[in-house]
Design a protein around this ligand. Structure first.
Ligand code: ADP
Ligand code: ZN
Ligand code: ZN
Length: 730
């Protein structure tokens, strides 16, 4: 018998993104292990490459020639069995690239690139203590004197004694001072005031007890402010008591000081925090801290689900409906599914929670796959805000053409007079504020994409939100020369202007992707709201969640129809979630909250359900629509998007894929649409077509997907991207 390994080559290109088989010499065979790093001869020139073992197997002989592994690299296996299984899961079930999948479960950063931050520390030797230093060697004397009280870092020593690098070198040579190199942590952890566990309300207790009574997957449907976070904290505490670990996922935008403070206040430095603003080194150190068992809780966005814990006691996904939990690029996965997988592996509970659960999770609960638990009341029985749909057609009839309906304007007036705060929500950045000519209808469009460009006023530029190209605006129309060139539609900037005009005395702040670019912007707005330095906050999705300010009593949803009208099967779901979440910002404290939803379609069932804050009404309506059309989650959906610079070539390839699907043995269980041009047919100079395949069983689609990926690999000319149950339309 011979031992063979399949390895992935580090620093790979798309072409080498597949396992390569190597033979392992007898002398090295006992160390062959999945997850181990090795050096192998690679390519025609047999250059030495680093590689990662993904499979070990024995065989008499193989039908093809193999080279030998050079040597094992020192160190333990980089990935454990669970990590390997997770990677395989992403490849088989999410149609991810092999390499991307493996990299997700490896320590962050490129293989071998990480350098710990080492610092030099100095201390006196016994000889140094009793050393007779010549009178004129003042620097040396000062350095020895400074070290008498104990060890100092190089920097501290320089600061206290005027010593220089040269001084230290001399002292070391004389054997009076010794140096040690030690790793220092890059993370600065700020301890918080301890926050003791609260006594759960009866409703919270019921949910908590149900979850600890039996391992399983739970969906907590809890209105905003119902105390979900307190339940997570106590579930985590319980896992720690049992000697286990916990992962808590929150959406990236919720990874705010507020959230972190709550966890840090309860668990101190037991937590590792993983978010996208960490440097590669910081990311690596957090990972290592988890791996070494220095921390027991990982809190983070999507990728924190891969935290390398070995005894998970509970996994929690807050705001489980958030689309940011789905990774749509390689590696492709949904954090919810990875969490399911890990919970099964560790035999622990998975807790999904939201005020507005995803249709997928609600469906799974209806099917009995997961257990739904409701929290119907806010803590201390604070009432939910009163919500009103405002018919903007009536406003027009009454000759009100402003962005503010009369009821909303009045409510803000009242709030300001009582010293309360208002939040105005506008979800239209990048969708409608295009620039056009009133004379001939010319619209500024991107040269590389089939979309209108968006006007960014304070930068005085048009920006394409799909490819980032920029353009200057001319004073006259490029087509007819007229000067009647105007911006159309209302963005947050325009809303800010209109608000200033209407409420000149109010202090107004704006939070959108433009204003939040600066590092401290979020903190400033947060503190401004908390300390009452802002009266009206204007913003996009960014302010839809997390914000918890007692004086906010009015929330205005300026244009509810915008997200409702998106050509996306999830448009209704997104709209319901968004409105419910923003509405939840009002009336968090004693003062009652009022929410005004401005719309031209006040009878729309999604808006009606949102106004009533009724998850089940929304779900029933939405499922009726999806059943009728055979949309997910009733059926699973596979999307195949092709793109390339030559339209004909892309279409031809798409038709070939259609043929392949027709020839698939399980074809009769599938529905195929397309090829059709994508919503935006040309993006960044590439033409885009798509096919959609729907079917009852996901497995059938997974198998078909694998076949298509093998038969129609993506190439530089034509990219082929296959995704299952995608969250966005193309
Ligand atoms: P959610 O996560 O559901 O929005 P939170 O957990 O943030 O709700 O709770 C809302 C508010 O109620 C917070 O200020 C929280 O500190 C407080 N709270 C939660 N549970 C309790 C409790 N059992 N007793 C007292 N206050 C609580
Ligand atoms: Zn563009
Ligand atoms: Zn014109």
């Amino acid at each position: 018998m011979n031992v063979y390994v399949e390895v992935l080559i580090a620093a790979t290109t798309r072409k080498t993104d597949r396992p390569f088989t190597y033979h392992v010499s007898e002398a090295m065979a006992d160390q062959a292990e999945v997850g181990r790093l090795c050096e192998v001869p690679f390519g025609r020139g047999n250059r030495t490459a680093q590689a990662l073992v993904v499979r070990v197997f024995e065989a008499e002989a193989l039908s093809f020639p193999t080279k030998d592994v050079h040597r094992w690299l020192p160190g333990v296996a980089l990935v454990n069995a669970e990590g390997m299984a997770l990677a395989r899961h992403m490849v088989e079930h999410d149609l991810s690239d092999q390499t991307a999948a493996i990299q997700t479960v490896l320590p962050p950063g490129r293989l071998g690139s990480y350098r710990p931050l080492l610092r030099s520390f100095y201390h006196l030797t016994p000889e140094g203590r009793s050393a007779q230093v010549p009178q004129r060697a003042t620097k040396q004397r000062a350095a020895l004197e400074a070290l008498r009280d104990g060890e100092l870092s190089r920097k501290e020593l320089f600061a206290r004694s005027m010593a220089t690098a040269d001084t230290l070198r001399r002292l070391e040579e004389k054997g009076w001072v010794e140096r040690t190199e030690r790793r220092v942590e890059r993370r600065a952890f700020h301890p918080q005031a301890h926050d003791p566990a609260k006594v759960l309300t009866a409703e919270q207790r019921e949910v908590y007890e149900r979850i600890v009574a039996q391992t399983g997957t739970y969906l907590i449907c809890g209105v905003t402010g119902s105390g979900k976070t307190e339940i997570y904290l106590q579930l985590v505490a319980r896992a720690l008591e049992e000697g286990k670990e916990a992962i808590v996922l929150v959406p990236e935008i919720s990874l705010t000081p507020q959230t972190i403070q709550r966890f840090a206040g309860r668990f101190g430095d037991q937590i590792a925090i993983l978010h996208s603003r960490l440097s590669p080194e910081e990311r690596y150190e957090e990972w290592e801290r988890i791996q070494n068992g220095e921390v027991t809780i990982a809190i983070g966005a999507r990728s924190a689900i891969f935290a390398p814990f070995e005894h998970l006691g509970v996994i929690i996904i807050d705001e489980e409906h958030e689309t940011s939990y789905a990774s749509e690029k390689n590696p492709r996965y949904h954090a919810r599914e990875i969490a399911q997988f890990r919970a099964r592996w560790h035999d622990c509970s998975l807790v999904l929670a939201s005020a507005t659960p995803s249709v997928d999770s609600l469906y799974a609960a209806k099917q009995g796959e997961i257990m739904r638990l409701d929290l119907l009341h806010r803590v201390h029985d604070r009432p939910l805000p009163k919500t009103e749909l405002v018919d903007m057609r009536e406003e027009l009839k009454a000759n009100n053409r402003s962005m503010f309906s009369r009821p909303l304007r009045m409510a803000i007036d009242h709030a300001l007079r009582r010293g309360e705060q208002a939040i105005l929500f506008l979800n239209r950045r990048g969708h409608t504020s295009y620039v056009f000519c009133r004379q001939c209808g010319y619209v500024y469009r991107c040269d590389a994409c089939d979309v209108a460009m968006t006007y960014h006023k304070h930068r005085e530029k048009l920006i394409c939100h799909y490819c980032g190209r920029e353009k200057k605006i001319m004073n006259t129309c490029p087509q007819c020369g007229s000067s009647a060139i105007r911006e159309f539609g209302a963005g947050t900037e325009q809303l800010e202007e209109a608000t200033r005009a209407l409420f000149p005395a109010a202090r107004i702040a704006r939070a959108d992707a433009d204003t939040m670019r600066r590092k401290d912007a979020y903190q400033e707005i947060y503190e401004g709201m908390r300390d009452g330095r802002i009266d009206i906050l204007i913003g996009t999705q960014m302010i839809a969640k997390g914000f918890d300010f007692p004086k906010v009593t009015v929330v205005g949803v300026m244009a509810a129809d915008v997200s409702l009208n998106q050509p996306d099967l999830h448009a209704g779901e997104r709209t319901f979630q968004l409105i419910t979440q923003v509405a939840g910002r009002a009336g968090r404290d004693q003062r009652a909250g009022h929410v005004y939803i401005q719309t031209y379609k006040p009878m729309h069932p999604v808006l009606q359900a949102a106004a009533a804050q009724n998850v089940d009404a929304f779900y029933d309506g939405e499922m009726a629509f999806r059943r009728e059309n055979g949309y997910p989650p009733v059926r699973h959906e596979m999307q195949i998007v092709l793109s390339g610079p030559k339209r004909e070539a892309v279409l031809t390839r798409a038709l070939a894929i259609r043929k392949a699907i027709e020839a698939y043995e399980e074809r009769n269980r599938l529905f195929v649409d397309g090829p059709t041009p994508c919503l935006i047919e040309r993006m960044n100079l590439r033409y885009r077509f798509q096919l959609v395949v729907r079917g009852k069983e996901r497995l059938t689609l997974e198998r078909l997907g694998q076949k298509l990926i093998d038969a129609f690999p993506t190439s530089p000319e034509i990219w082929v991207i296959v995704s299952l149950d995608p969250m966005t339309m193309n």
